[in-house]
Design a protein around this ligand. Structure first.
Ligand code: HEM
Length: 136
């Protein structure tokens, strides 16, 4: 990340920040009529994994990998039909939560860019009317 002695995890305030970010994000997901049905009835385990994953990804303790194994996020997201609309809703909720907390730079920009890139990488359904799907 930025400086090996001062990880982004430290810069934003450690566990408390990631707990808060994930809590806010999941609260939006819970209220989203389009996205909510894609998630399981019990949101608690997903909240915990998301929190442990993000804290680890941004330089915190390696608890996700210890408890859950290699993230393999694309594989773990395959059971969910993630089209462009779902990706946009997911990203809106995550960026809204991030804006509410607005961590100091360079954390804000790095996290924002990661969520944009990462969410696009996890799209696994091509919409029928997108140009890529049109026979040439
Ligand atoms: C940067 C983008 C993303 C990251 C880092 C991320 C990360 C994660 C993680 C760590 C988990 C838990 C995996 C586990 O079970 O161990 C998860 C679950 C999940 N994600 Fe994502 N995700 C991203 C984008 C998305 C998008 C775009 C969608 C769809 C709109 C999505 C939908 C889901 C669903 C439905 C679950 C299952 C929740 C559960 O089992 O409770 N994710 N994600």
């Amino acid at each position: 990340m930025t400086d090996p002695d001062h990880t982004l995890y430290d810069l934003v305030g450690g566990d408390a920040f990631f707990r808060d970010l994930v809590r806010r994000f999941y609260d939006y997901v819970e209220q989203d009529p389009e996205l909510r049905p894609m998630f399981p009835d019990d949101l608690a385990p997903g909240r915990e994994w998301q929190y442990l994953f993000l804290a680890q990804f941004f330089g915190g303790p390696a608890r996700y990998i210890a408890q859950r194994g290699h993230p393999r996020l694309r594989m773990r997201h395959m059971p969910f039909p993630i089209n462009k609309a779902a990706q946009e809703r997911w990203l809106t909720h995550m960026l809204t939560a991030l804006d509410e907390l607005h961590p100091p730079e360079p954390a804000y920009t790095e996290m924002r860019e990661y969520f944009i890139r990462g969410s696009l990488f996890l799209v696994n359904q091509i919409d029928p009317d997108t140009p890529e799907d049109t026979p040439s």
